[in-house]
Design a binder for this molecule. Sequence first.
Ligand SMILES: C[S@@+](CC[C@H](N)C(=O)[O-])C[C@H]1O[C@@H](n2cnc3c(N)ncnc32)[C@H](O)[C@@H]1O
Length: 234
Amino acid sequence: MSDAPPPAQFDEAGLLYSRQFDDHYFSRIDGRAECAHVFIDGNDLPLRWRQQSEQTDTHGQNFAIGELGFGTGLNFLETWRQWRDIRQPGQHLSFLSVEGFPLAAETAGQALKNWPELGALSARLLERWDQLTSPMQLDDQTRLQVLQGDVTDMVVQFPLVDAWYLDGFSPANNPEMWGGDLLRSVFERSVVGGTFASYTAAGWVRRNLESAGFMVEKRTGFGSKRHMIAGRRL
Ligand SMILES: C[S@@+](CC[C@H](N)C(=O)[O-])C[C@H]1O[C@@H](n2cnc3c(N)ncnc32)[C@H](O)[C@@H]1O
């Protein structure tokens, strides 16, 4: 992704902050641990990947994740890290995200330095940063593509998804990422039994997700957040 970088900057603690949306890109406590709690566990991914692998024939089985807001790629990297530990031969992950304000590779790389445990995977992602808008095979069981453009225009290009990461900055500061029409599109692009997870438990976001058709539940939030939400298309 090569467009001009957005007005993102590092705060005094070295954490990436968006002036445009007046919000950090991830939790100030630990963005990787937040991703694991909110998005990976919130969508019950380790369990679902294991269950998929226990089915008699995993050959050609695909698990599709959709993300709204690619940012630095941290969520993708933590997902890839956990997926590599659990997956069995024949299982495939496809991760499709959307980003309207692509970061420069240097900015993403600087932000990702906070997680040396992701270092080797980050390096592989950053090497190919300028080609992320084309579908790419990051290893023989993992595919990534980042659609570049506004979420409202791009969401219609998503295929059916098994699990959604709703990660679009605070709803109060970026209501477009949490609007009723957008979340209806997310629901329509979810398989039956598909799920979503998000760090916000804002009442109007919850209601938009319920109106779209999801069963929504509150769960314990990450860090200082009391609640997050997760849900399922029945
Ligand atoms: C909280 S950050 C996402 C963090 C990211 N998932 C990560 O792992 O680094 C939210 C992202 O949504 C993007 N975004 C905000 N509004 C958008 C819009 N209308 N369309 C597309 N992307 C948008 C921002 O540029 C930002 O990268």
